[in-house]
Design a protein around this ligand. Sequence first.
Ligand SMILES: Nc1ncnc2c1ncn2[C@@H]1O[C@H](COP(=O)(O)OP(=O)(O)OP(=O)(O)O)[C@@H](O)[C@H]1O
Ligand SMILES: [Mg+2]
Length: 430
Amino acid sequence: MWSYWLSIIIVYYFRFGEKLRYSGVVKLLRLFKDYKVFTDTYIPPNLINREEKLSRLVDFYRYMTESPGEFSRIAVIYGTVRGRSGIGKTTLAKLTATRIAELARRNGFTVKPVYVNVYSMTGVNQILTSITSQLGIRGVKPRGSSPIELMKAILDDSIMRNYYILLIIDEIQSILRRRGFSEEQLIYLFFRYTEIFEGIVDSYRIYPLLVVFDMIEWGKMPGQLRSMVGLEVGLQPYKSYELYDILYDRIERGLVDPTRFPPALVEMISDYLGYDKSGEGNARTAISVSRQAVETAEARGDDAVREEYVREALSMVGTFKVSEYSVESLGLHQKILLYALTLLSLKTEGDWVTMGVLEDEYKTVCEWLNEKPRVHSQIFEYIRELSFKGLVQTSLSGRGMRGRTTLIRISPDIPVNPLKMLLEKELNMA
Ligand SMILES: Nc1ncnc2c1ncn2[C@@H]1O[C@H](COP(=O)(O)OP(=O)(O)OP(=O)(O)O)[C@@H](O)[C@H]1O
Ligand SMILES: [Mg+2]
């Protein structure tokens, strides 16, 4: 019998539930109208407070939409403050490409935006394969083909089907220090391909737009590449009023009733995270905090976002990475090592430090704590473990330094100050 009633209820819920909910008869509260606008993959139609940067880039690539093929220009987008994420670099690049493609279409040309994030790619072939698959080029065999063959397939296809490629290469700084990539190869393939294919390709088909993490990383890029770049667009972390606008836009798009997220609470988030108020200036974090606050309200059956939900969400960003990776469970010397790295990180504003520098700092902290420092190989092992836990990142130095040495930094998504405070507590230093 009960199952009969249950099925009636379920049927009615699905047929009329939606109407009833919004009519207020049933207070099964839903605050989200479009959850995806709060997710990382959503690309906003406009870049709020960055219109001027967008139009500079669009102007720079505008010739692609007017007389493509004649020459090629390259622009780069980077952060102006060291180590800051979520400041709109990738989104700016993607929107530039969309706008250029639209303008070209109006003039009767085809520009195809292609986006590759090379952060986790292992070699040039992987980049080229991603490009061929985004362009829908059939008949290429990535495994058996050389980079030159893949490149030729791309150029042939663009000539045959008459289109131009706006190629966004995101996080390009990450590959140049990695095995599997040679600078030469990369530069010739993407930036000087007309020389390799002289006589075969008589016009420019690929227009690179580079995205680099920050200006320090940009400074470390090969001079040959840097000298080819005609426009550098630097982005600052967001100030609070800018974050406020970005958040309000998402709230208007994403909530059934935007007034359920009171402006004072939006301000609370943007003030906490605004770069001008010593926050990170990270739009991604700001958006995710708002999403969490709304989720909490929904989960608790509340009809609006309350201050305590925002506070809860904010308290998680300050320490969430840190507690998530459970600093508490690290061994004593791992904690000391990590603490030494936080000190260096604050001194160098988050830049990479060499193994030698870190070891010296570690020994100093050991002295403060009256602890006998561990030997080099053991420290190496600790770093490997910390890196495995996502607390630090490691990289190999370029050939500029004598030999190759390991470089280390605190993972960029971890706020250093809360980590330092936590470690001080753990090491009984506070
Ligand atoms: N000006 C803006 N207007 C609207 N949304 C924005 C703006 N800037 C950033 N965002 C949003 O913030 C999030 C992070 O932006 P984005 O991924 O472009 O940052 P990033 O600088 O590339 O970060 P990372 O260094 O981590 O790659 C995205 O969800 C993006 O949609
Ligand atoms: Mg990015």
